[in-house]
Design a protein around this ligand. Structure first.
Ligand code: PGA
Length: 234
Protein backbone atom coordinates (compact mmCIF):
# COMPACT_ATOMS: atom_id res chain seq x y z
CA UNK A 1 0.00 0.00 0.00
CA UNK A 2 0.99 3.61 -0.38
CA UNK A 3 1.10 5.66 2.80
CA UNK A 4 1.79 9.33 2.18
CA UNK A 5 2.28 12.26 4.57
CA UNK A 6 1.40 15.76 3.43
CA UNK A 7 3.17 18.00 5.94
CA UNK A 8 1.67 21.17 4.40
CA UNK A 9 2.98 24.43 5.94
CA UNK A 10 4.43 22.68 8.96
CA UNK A 11 7.78 21.47 10.26
CA UNK A 12 10.89 23.55 9.64
CA UNK A 13 13.86 22.01 7.88
CA UNK A 14 15.45 20.95 11.15
CA UNK A 15 12.15 19.50 12.42
CA UNK A 16 11.73 17.68 9.09
CA UNK A 17 15.22 16.16 9.45
CA UNK A 18 14.22 14.77 12.82
CA UNK A 19 10.87 13.61 11.45
CA UNK A 20 12.34 11.75 8.48
CA UNK A 21 14.92 10.08 10.71
CA UNK A 22 12.15 8.81 12.98
CA UNK A 23 10.00 7.62 10.08
CA UNK A 24 13.03 5.99 8.47
CA UNK A 25 13.66 4.05 11.68
CA UNK A 26 10.07 2.91 12.11
CA UNK A 27 9.71 1.80 8.47
CA UNK A 28 12.82 -0.34 8.42
CA UNK A 29 10.76 -3.54 8.29
CA UNK A 30 7.72 -2.12 6.59
CA UNK A 31 6.57 -3.26 3.18
CA UNK A 32 4.59 -0.08 2.50
CA UNK A 33 5.56 2.52 -0.06
CA UNK A 34 6.04 5.54 2.19
CA UNK A 35 6.02 9.05 0.73
CA UNK A 36 6.69 12.25 2.70
CA UNK A 37 5.90 15.68 1.27
CA UNK A 38 7.69 18.34 3.33
CA UNK A 39 7.15 22.10 3.09
CA UNK A 40 9.12 23.57 0.18
CA UNK A 41 11.71 25.26 2.40
CA UNK A 42 12.25 21.96 4.21
CA UNK A 43 13.42 20.12 1.09
CA UNK A 44 16.96 18.83 1.49
CA UNK A 45 19.24 15.92 0.61
CA UNK A 46 17.72 13.39 2.97
CA UNK A 47 19.51 10.08 3.28
CA UNK A 48 16.52 7.80 3.41
CA UNK A 49 14.64 5.02 1.61
CA UNK A 50 11.42 6.96 2.07
CA UNK A 51 10.29 8.76 -1.07
CA UNK A 52 10.51 12.51 -0.57
CA UNK A 53 8.20 14.56 -2.77
CA UNK A 54 7.14 18.15 -3.17
CA UNK A 55 3.73 19.67 -2.42
CA UNK A 56 3.89 22.06 -5.35
CA UNK A 57 6.20 23.48 -8.02
CA UNK A 58 5.86 25.70 -11.04
CA UNK A 59 5.97 24.00 -14.46
CA UNK A 60 9.27 25.51 -15.51
CA UNK A 61 12.96 24.78 -15.12
CA UNK A 62 13.68 28.25 -13.69
CA UNK A 63 12.69 31.83 -14.48
CA UNK A 64 10.76 34.88 -13.34
CA UNK A 65 7.95 33.39 -11.25
CA UNK A 66 8.25 35.17 -7.91
CA UNK A 67 7.65 32.93 -4.96
CA UNK A 68 7.66 29.72 -6.96
CA UNK A 69 10.24 26.97 -7.39
CA UNK A 70 11.00 25.11 -10.60
CA UNK A 71 12.45 21.83 -11.81
CA UNK A 72 16.01 22.97 -11.10
CA UNK A 73 15.20 23.27 -7.39
CA UNK A 74 13.76 19.78 -7.33
CA UNK A 75 16.67 18.29 -9.26
CA UNK A 76 19.05 19.66 -6.63
CA UNK A 77 17.53 17.17 -4.19
CA UNK A 78 16.71 14.44 -6.74
CA UNK A 79 12.99 14.90 -6.12
CA UNK A 80 10.85 12.98 -8.61
CA UNK A 81 7.46 13.02 -6.87
CA UNK A 82 4.93 15.84 -6.87
CA UNK A 83 1.45 16.48 -5.49
CA UNK A 84 -0.83 18.21 -7.98
CA UNK A 85 -4.41 19.45 -7.61
CA UNK A 86 -4.63 19.42 -3.81
CA UNK A 87 -7.85 21.07 -2.65
CA UNK A 88 -5.98 23.72 -0.65
CA UNK A 89 -4.23 24.82 -3.84
CA UNK A 90 -7.46 24.69 -5.82
CA UNK A 91 -9.67 26.42 -3.27
CA UNK A 92 -7.43 28.58 -1.04
CA UNK A 93 -4.78 29.54 -3.60
CA UNK A 94 -7.19 29.65 -6.53
CA UNK A 95 -5.33 27.28 -8.83
CA UNK A 96 -7.36 26.72 -11.99
CA UNK A 97 -7.77 23.44 -13.84
CA UNK A 98 -5.84 25.08 -16.67
CA UNK A 99 -2.76 25.66 -14.50
CA UNK A 100 -3.16 22.24 -12.91
CA UNK A 101 -3.11 20.63 -16.37
CA UNK A 102 0.04 22.62 -17.27
CA UNK A 103 1.75 21.35 -14.13
CA UNK A 104 0.57 17.81 -14.80
CA UNK A 105 1.81 17.80 -18.38
CA UNK A 106 5.15 19.36 -17.48
CA UNK A 107 5.97 16.98 -14.65
CA UNK A 108 4.64 14.01 -16.63
CA UNK A 109 7.07 14.98 -19.37
CA UNK A 110 9.83 14.90 -16.73
CA UNK A 111 8.75 11.41 -15.65
CA UNK A 112 7.67 12.47 -12.16
CA UNK A 113 5.46 10.34 -9.98
CA UNK A 114 2.33 12.48 -9.75
CA UNK A 115 -0.13 12.25 -6.87
CA UNK A 116 -3.19 13.85 -8.41
CA UNK A 117 -5.91 14.98 -5.97
CA UNK A 118 -9.62 15.21 -6.63
CA UNK A 119 -12.57 15.70 -4.29
CA UNK A 120 -15.88 17.48 -3.92
CA UNK A 121 -16.87 20.37 -1.63
CA UNK A 122 -19.66 19.87 0.92
CA UNK A 123 -22.44 21.52 -1.08
CA UNK A 124 -21.87 19.02 -3.88
CA UNK A 125 -21.78 16.06 -1.52
CA UNK A 126 -25.08 17.24 -0.03
CA UNK A 127 -26.76 17.29 -3.44
CA UNK A 128 -26.31 13.72 -4.69
CA UNK A 129 -23.88 10.96 -5.41
CA UNK A 130 -24.26 11.65 -9.15
CA UNK A 131 -23.25 15.28 -8.63
CA UNK A 132 -20.18 14.15 -6.69
CA UNK A 133 -19.14 11.90 -9.54
CA UNK A 134 -19.75 14.63 -12.10
CA UNK A 135 -17.69 17.14 -10.06
CA UNK A 136 -14.81 14.67 -9.78
CA UNK A 137 -15.13 13.80 -13.46
CA UNK A 138 -14.59 17.48 -14.32
CA UNK A 139 -11.44 17.59 -12.19
CA UNK A 140 -9.91 15.10 -14.63
CA UNK A 141 -10.39 17.43 -17.57
CA UNK A 142 -7.13 17.55 -19.53
CA UNK A 143 -5.47 14.95 -17.28
CA UNK A 144 -3.88 11.81 -18.71
CA UNK A 145 -5.45 9.25 -16.38
CA UNK A 146 -3.41 6.45 -17.88
CA UNK A 147 -0.04 8.05 -17.16
CA UNK A 148 2.10 5.21 -15.82
CA UNK A 149 3.49 7.15 -12.85
CA UNK A 150 0.14 8.37 -11.64
CA UNK A 151 -1.37 7.95 -8.19
CA UNK A 152 -4.87 9.33 -7.65
CA UNK A 153 -5.96 10.65 -4.25
CA UNK A 154 -9.66 11.06 -3.51
CA UNK A 155 -9.93 13.76 -0.87
CA UNK A 156 -13.36 15.27 -0.20
CA UNK A 157 -12.76 18.97 0.57
CA UNK A 158 -15.08 18.85 3.59
CA UNK A 159 -13.16 15.95 5.12
CA UNK A 160 -9.74 17.61 5.02
CA UNK A 161 -8.57 18.72 8.44
CA UNK A 162 -12.10 18.57 9.84
CA UNK A 163 -12.25 15.20 11.57
CA UNK A 164 -15.17 14.33 9.29
CA UNK A 165 -14.88 11.25 7.10
CA UNK A 166 -17.30 9.96 4.44
CA UNK A 167 -18.97 6.63 5.14
CA UNK A 168 -16.93 3.64 4.04
CA UNK A 169 -19.65 2.98 1.49
CA UNK A 170 -19.24 6.47 0.01
CA UNK A 171 -15.46 6.01 -0.20
CA UNK A 172 -16.00 2.66 -1.88
CA UNK A 173 -18.49 4.08 -4.38
CA UNK A 174 -16.17 6.88 -5.46
CA UNK A 175 -13.14 4.58 -5.64
CA UNK A 176 -15.08 2.03 -7.68
CA UNK A 177 -15.95 4.78 -10.10
CA UNK A 178 -12.32 5.90 -10.26
CA UNK A 179 -11.23 2.42 -11.32
CA UNK A 180 -13.31 2.91 -14.46
CA UNK A 181 -11.29 6.00 -15.25
CA UNK A 182 -7.77 4.85 -14.46
CA UNK A 183 -5.67 1.88 -13.47
CA UNK A 184 -3.58 4.09 -11.13
CA UNK A 185 -3.36 3.23 -7.41
CA UNK A 186 -6.09 5.04 -5.48
CA UNK A 187 -5.50 6.77 -2.15
CA UNK A 188 -8.13 8.09 0.20
CA UNK A 189 -7.35 11.32 2.07
CA UNK A 190 -9.25 13.50 4.54
CA UNK A 191 -9.08 13.12 8.33
CA UNK A 192 -7.31 9.77 8.21
CA UNK A 193 -6.22 8.93 11.78
CA UNK A 194 -4.67 6.01 13.62
CA UNK A 195 -8.12 4.96 14.81
CA UNK A 196 -9.91 4.95 11.42
CA UNK A 197 -7.14 3.96 9.00
CA UNK A 198 -7.69 0.22 9.38
CA UNK A 199 -11.33 0.42 8.26
CA UNK A 200 -10.45 2.78 5.41
CA UNK A 201 -7.63 0.59 4.13
CA UNK A 202 -9.97 -2.41 4.15
CA UNK A 203 -12.35 -0.71 1.70
CA UNK A 204 -12.21 -2.24 -1.78
CA UNK A 205 -10.13 -0.28 -4.30
CA UNK A 206 -8.41 1.76 -1.60
CA UNK A 207 -4.69 1.23 -2.21
CA UNK A 208 -3.39 3.61 0.44
CA UNK A 209 -3.92 6.88 2.26
CA UNK A 210 -2.78 10.49 2.08
CA UNK A 211 -2.51 11.85 5.60
CA UNK A 212 -2.23 15.46 6.77
CA UNK A 213 -2.78 16.35 10.45
CA UNK A 214 -2.27 12.82 11.79
CA UNK A 215 1.06 12.58 9.95
CA UNK A 216 2.58 15.70 11.50
CA UNK A 217 3.73 13.69 14.44
CA UNK A 218 6.20 10.98 13.38
CA UNK A 219 4.95 8.50 15.99
CA UNK A 220 1.38 8.86 14.82
CA UNK A 221 2.41 8.49 11.15
CA UNK A 222 4.44 5.41 12.10
CA UNK A 223 1.38 3.89 13.81
CA UNK A 224 -0.61 4.40 10.60
CA UNK A 225 2.11 2.62 8.58
CA UNK A 226 2.10 -0.17 11.15
CA UNK A 227 -1.66 -0.66 10.72
CA UNK A 228 -1.11 -1.08 6.98
CA UNK A 229 1.66 -3.61 7.63
CA UNK A 230 -0.55 -5.60 9.99
CA UNK A 231 -3.42 -5.61 7.52
CA UNK A 232 -1.17 -6.97 4.80
CA UNK A 233 0.08 -9.76 7.06
CA UNK A 234 -3.48 -10.97 7.74
P1 PGA B 1 -5.94 15.81 6.83
O1 PGA B 1 -5.33 16.32 5.44
O2 PGA B 1 -5.44 14.43 7.06
O3 PGA B 1 -5.46 16.80 7.86
O4 PGA B 1 -7.43 15.84 6.69
C1 PGA B 1 -5.25 15.47 4.33
C2 PGA B 1 -4.71 16.20 3.13
O5 PGA B 1 -4.97 17.39 2.97
O6 PGA B 1 -4.00 15.60 2.31
Amino acid sequence: MIIAANLKTNLTRSATHKYIKQVQTCTQNSSQEVIVLPATSSLDSYKTDITIGVQNAYPVEHGAFTGEIGLEHLNEFAIKTILIGHSERRHILGETQELIVKKFDYFKEQGFKIIYCVGEPLEIRERSHEEVLMYIHNQFEGIDTEYENLIIAYEPVWAIGTGKVPTLEDIQNVHNELTKKSSAPLLYGGSVKVNNVKDILKVGNVNGVLVGSAALNAESFCSIIQVADELEKN
